[in-house]
Write a protein that binds this ligand. Structure first.
Ligand code: ZN
Length: 247
């Protein structure tokens, strides 16, 4: 896919990366990603994917912007209280980079709606705040063979991993579920984890670098420490257990 002169100028600093050039940048331009959630994680994730030149961002959020969102959801601002967050995200991202396409989906992700919302995306970014919805996405992604970058934040802590079943454990193998609740969160924590999530996506889509497979990276912002937990498939996992790595 050809890059315009404006695109070559816009992305010239990342195209200087070893192994990047026109090839990787064209791959980013052709990519379609699904971003689940336009909140604390979805903000840094979508902003960095937009400015990196990911060709099509499909961002999904059925929520309306509230004042209490604004300590972390930097896609939005005070003037947009009451807006649908996906629409607000589209307005912000198109202003940041008019060379990409942003699709705003205002629907709730359910077992019935998930296929129509995600479709044949190349990659799914989990920027959600609850495990029931994550598990709906996980099941769809496993069955369609679409990789997912999972991330979660709480307080000053966060976690992230790259899932591509059956090559890696699926989200069910990693976490069978945690109840949804209103939880404390410092906005910069979502910034740390969201930036890692965006970088994982850019590496996967460009083909430059390696991904965080079979490892759950944990960030403890209070102590400024990263740690890693190795991840294994659960034998008989109800979501990915029927797939073989050979297939
Ligand atoms: Zn599994």
């Amino acid at each position: 896919m050809n890059l315009s002169q404006q695109e070559q100028d816009r992305y010239c600093r990342q195209m200087l990366m070893p192994g990047w050039g026109h090839g990787a940048q064209s791959r980013l331009k052709q990519s379609r990603v699904f971003i689940a959630g336009a909140g604390g994680l979805g903000s840094p994730v979508s902003i960095y994917l937009a400015v990196a030149g990911i060709g099509t961002l499909r961002i999904c959020d059925c929520g309306e912007l509230e004042l209490s969102n604004l300590n972390r959801q930097i896609l939005h601002d005070d003037s947009r209280i009451g807006w649908n967050k996906a629409l607000s995200a589209k307005a912000t991202l198109e202003r940041m980079n008019p060379d990409i396409t942003v699709e705003a989906l205002q629907e709730q992700i359910t077992a019935d709606s998930v296929a129509g919302l995600i479709g044949n995306a190349d990659l799914i970014l989990d920027c959600l705040d609850n495990f029931p919805t994550r598990h709906i996405i996980n099941e769809y992604a496993v069955n369609k063979g679409i990789p997912v970058i999972h991330a979660g934040v709480y307080g000053m802590q966060g976690q992230i991993t790259f899932i591509k079943a059956p090559e890696t454990p699926c989200l069910w193998c990693i976490s069978a579920g945690t109840p949804a609740a209103v939880f404390p969160i410092v906005g910069a924590t979502a910034g740390v984890i969201g930036c890692l999530e965006a970088l994982e996506a850019i590496k996967y889509l460009s083909g430059v670098g390696t991904n965080l497979k079979d490892r759950l990276l944990i960030w403890d912002g209070e102590k400024i420490e990263f740690m890693e937990l190795p991840q294994k498939k659960i034998a008989g996992c109800p979501v990915c257990g029927h797939l073989s790595t050979a297939g």
